[in-house]
Each structure stands twice: as structure tokens, then as C-alpha cells.
Design a protein around this ligand. Structure first.
Ligand SMILES: [Zn+2]
Length: 451
């Protein structure tokens, strides 16, 4: 309504903080509109008006202007599953299956990480997300207050989950210690405009049924999402069957943990009946194609889940098992492996993959106004430079976003109306000192791995 008023009453110009001009805007709104010769007016971090640039120009008095001619704007991508500080382990232990990778390589060193090192990993993760056009994400790791500070300083948006295993664990001697930390994390971000929390048990084979149920009650108490790795591989299913006599999804159903508050990461090894159950219970699923391929976990039946009515978002998983946090690569992979998984070239089409990386992931974060450029929604958006040869010629913007782009075409990243990256300039992160810090961190990790 607001947009129509702006367009029909040019004699009453409206003030705005920023007016952007672009060749096109891929809105990802309910009608999936792509607007050519587009303008976006932004005020107080929110999209105020959206439409034809000349019309908006006549009806708005901006404090600042941003000329994105030759660029296409799209919503900032939403990473539905990652472990940000695991950038420290990028390339540290490759070419291994899930269980050996975790037990022999990641867990022994991970348990010794200091908060200083976690901070370096989190800042490095933020830099990569910003560079590759991701503006918000759902995280799970230890000492999440450290990641929270990095995300807050970087100007990004996140839902942060303090990860936990069975008790006693190196982090938490008792369940109460864990719940106290999670409550405290939640309270510390309660007034933060860009940070929220989620309750994050690691997996059904590493947290007891009692722990899962108690943590879910905590999620209800705090009214936050409850996320868990689930049905990631046939090996996990075998472990679960041996321990509890139930497959992972069956186990969660028996504990009444399949709800619309629930976000499941992976769901690779699932049956048709389980897919129907996920749809009936309105559970959210996050697909992580690069990580699933690299750990040889399998390929999730994404199109089947979507056809059944499941909301499927997209994530990179941690940089140890990807090895990137680049959502553009995972978007392309989701579309490509989705076709092979279903033996159908039309499966996981470009629009589906883009939906997964934007609107659907936003729902997995419990933050559904993200992942779209729409009046009244947060101004989280990115620009792709169409002067790159791999984006020429241009028939279809969505096709280019999914199949043509690599992520390196991102030339502007904005969160809540603030430009945090523009033409190679990181405005919130000191890249030079980050390079030095990550070198120091790698030396420390190598020394601990040898012990
Ligand atoms: Zn994960």
C-alpha cells in the first residue's frame, strides 16, 4: 500500500535514509517478482519502498544514494546450518568418513580450543560470509558468546546455539550447568537487534533422550528454535538402532520432539514414511549438500521432501567439512545433486534452490521476515556485479544466481540497511590482521594435533 501511495502522490516526497538504484531486484517475495530498473528506499534498517527507480526517485528525498547500475540486487543469503569457528579446521582433515573424521581428528583438538582461538575462527567465518553474500545464519558451537561478539562487531545477523553433548562433558559437568549457560546466552542478546539464540543438542546419538527432552522444554520456555543434527548418514542410523532400537526420526517422534519449533540438519538417510511424518509435524529441515558429499554421507531426497510439504532450507555446515561457507556453491550443488538423487533434470530447479537459500532457511532460523526484499522487512541484501563474464548474457536472474554465480561476483553486502562490504572493502573487519591471526591459530592447532 505504501509503495502505491509513493507512486501516485509525487508531490509529497517522503524522506528516506538511503535510495538504491539497480539494474534489477530479485525480490523473493510471495510472487517471486524480479523488478527491472529498480529502486529501493531504506529507512531505519527496513525496506521502506520498492519499485521502479524513476518513480521512487520522484517520490523520495534520500539522505544518501547508492548507484548499483550494472548490478542485480537480491536478498542476503541465509545459511541454515554452520559452526562458524570451525573455519579454524578448514583443510585440516580431509577425505574421511563422518565418524572417523569426528572421533579421530576434530573432537580431540576441538576440546582444547581457547576462547581467543574461537574468536579468530568466528571473525574469519564472518569475513567469508560477508564476502560471499550471506547476511544471516543459524549457528551451533561452544562458547557462543564469543561468536556473538564477532557477529555483532561484523554487523551480521545470527541465531546462535550453544552446542552440548551428554553430561558430564568437558564444557558442562551437569545438565543444570548447561541450561544455565543457554539461559544466560539468551538473556544477554535479548535486546540485540541482530542476535537471537536457539537450543542446540548435538545429535540423537550424542545426547541422551532425557537430555533431548529437557532441552526441548528449555526451548519452549525461552520461545526459541530447537535444532539438532539428524539422520545425517546410514552409520548414524545404525548407531541409533543399536542404542535405542529406533531410527533417528522414529526416536524423536517417540519423544514428541517433531514440531514446528524443530529444525533438523541433514536428513539424508530417511524413508518415505519419515518424510510424510516430517511434513505432518511441520518440522524444518536444512540440506547441506557439500558437507554430505564430502563426508560421503549420501544425498538427501530434497525434492521429495519439498513435494511432501516440508520446508527445506540450505546450509554449508562448518568449514571443516565443506570447506567453504559460500552459500552460492551450496545452492548450485543442491540443484545439481538434487537432479541425480531423483533421476530427474527438473528436480531442485533454480527457483527452488534460491528459495531454499533465502526464504526457507529464514524459516529454519525462526526469522521468517528474512530472505526476501519486501516493504517492511529488514534491509538485508547483496549486489552481484553483472559485468563478470560468467554472468553474460542475461536471460534469467534466478538462473544466474544459482548456476552462473560463484559468490565472488558479490560486490555489496548490506545488513539492516548498513553496508558492511562494498567493492572489496570490508567495513567492519580488519582482513590484514585476520590473516596474521589465522596463521597463529593454525600453528596452535598443528601443535595440539601432534600431542
Ligand atoms: Zn553440522
Amino acid at each position: 500500500m505504501e509503495m502505491e501511495q509513493n507512486q501516485t502522490i509525487p508531490s509529497m516526497p517522503e524522506k528516506c535514509d538511503l535510495l538504491i538504484k539497480a539494474d534489477a531486484v530479485v525480490t523473493q517475495d510471495d510472487d517471486r517478482r524480479v523488478i527491472s530498473d529498480a529502486g529501493i528506499a531504506i529507512s531505519n534498517g527496513i525496506v521502506q519502498s520498492l519499485g521502479d527507480y524513476d518513480t521512487l526517485c520522484a517520490s523520495h528525498v534520500p539522505t544518501e544514494r547508492l548507484d548499483m547500475s550494472g548490478k542485480m540486487l537480491m536478498p542476503g543469503l541465509v545459511n541454515g546450518h554452520t559452526h562458524l569457528p570451525m573455519t579454524l579446521f578448514r583443510g585440516f582433515a580431509d577425505d574421511l568418513p563422518l565418524m572417523r573424521w569426528l572421533e579421530d581428528h576434530i573432537w580431540p583438538v576441538e576440546s582444547k580450543l581457547t576462547e581467543e582461538l574461537l574468536g579468530i575462527g568466528a571473525r574469519l567465518g564472518c569475513a567469508e560470509l560477508i564476502r560471499t553474500g550471506c547476511t544471516s545464519f543459524l549457528n551451533g558451537y561452544f562458547h557462543e558468546h564469543v561468536t556473538g561478539k564477532a557477529v555483532s562487531d561484523a554487523g551480521l545477523r545470527a541465531v546462535l546455539g550453544e552446542g552440548f553433548f551428554d553430561f558430564p562433558s568437558p564444557q558442562f559437568p551437569t545438565a543444570e550447568d548447561c541450561w544455565r549457560t543457554i539461559r544466560h546466552l539468551n538473556q544477554s542478546f535479548i535486546d540485540h537487534p541482530r542476535l537471537r539464540t536457539a537450543v542446540t543438542p548435538h545429535a540423537a546419538f550424542t545426547v541422551s533422550p532425557d537430555g533431548l527432552v529437557a532441552s526441548f522444554e528449555l526451548a519452549i520456555e525461552m520461545n526459541v528454535p530447537w535444532q539438532i543434527h539428524l539422520a545425517e548418514s546410514p552409520t548414524e542410523t545404525a548407531v541409533c538402532l543399536k542404542k535405542y532400537g529406533k531410527r533417528p526420526i522414529e526416536l524423536l517422534r517417540s519423544l514428541e520432539l517433531l514440531t514446528k519449533r524443530t529444525t533438523l540438519h541433514h536428513c539424508v538417510d530417511i524413508t518415505d514414511e519419515e518424510i510424510d511424518l516430517l511434513a505432518e509435524t511441520c518440522v524444518n529441515v536444512v540440506h547441506n549438500p557439500a558437507s554430505n558429499l564430502k563426508l560421503c554421507s549420501g544425498i538427501s531426497p530434497v525434492q521429495k521432501m519439498i513435494d511432501a510439504g516440508v520446508t527445506v532450507g540450505l546450509g554449508t555446515d562448518g568449514a571443516a567439512s565443506n570447506n567453504q561457507l559460500n552459500m552460492f556453491r551450496d545452492m548450485a550443488l543442491a540443484a545439481l545433486v538434487g537432479k541425480v538423487r531423483h533421476d530427474d533434470a527438473s528436480a531442485v530447479c533454480a527457483q527452488t534452490a534460491l528459495d531454499m537459500a533465502t526464504r526457507n532457511s529464514a524459516q529454519c532460523l525462526g526469522w521468517s521476515e528474512l530472505g526476501r526484499i519486501e516493504v517492511g522487512c529488514p534491509a538485508d541484501m547483496i549486489a552481484l556485479d553483472l559485468a563478470n563474464p560468467n554472468l553474460m548474457p542475461l536471460y534469467n536472474h534466478v538462473s544466474h544466481a544459482v548456476y552462473g554465480a560463484t559468490g565472488m561476483e558479490v560486490c555489496m553486502t548490506m545488513v539492516a540497511g548498513e553496508i558492511i562490504y562494498l567493492y572489496g572493502d570490508f567495513r567492519t573487519i580488519d582482513i590484514k590482521s585476520l590473516k596474521f591471526e589465522s596463521l597463529k591459530a593454525s600453528e596452535w592447532i598443528i601443535s595440539k594435533a601432534k600431542q
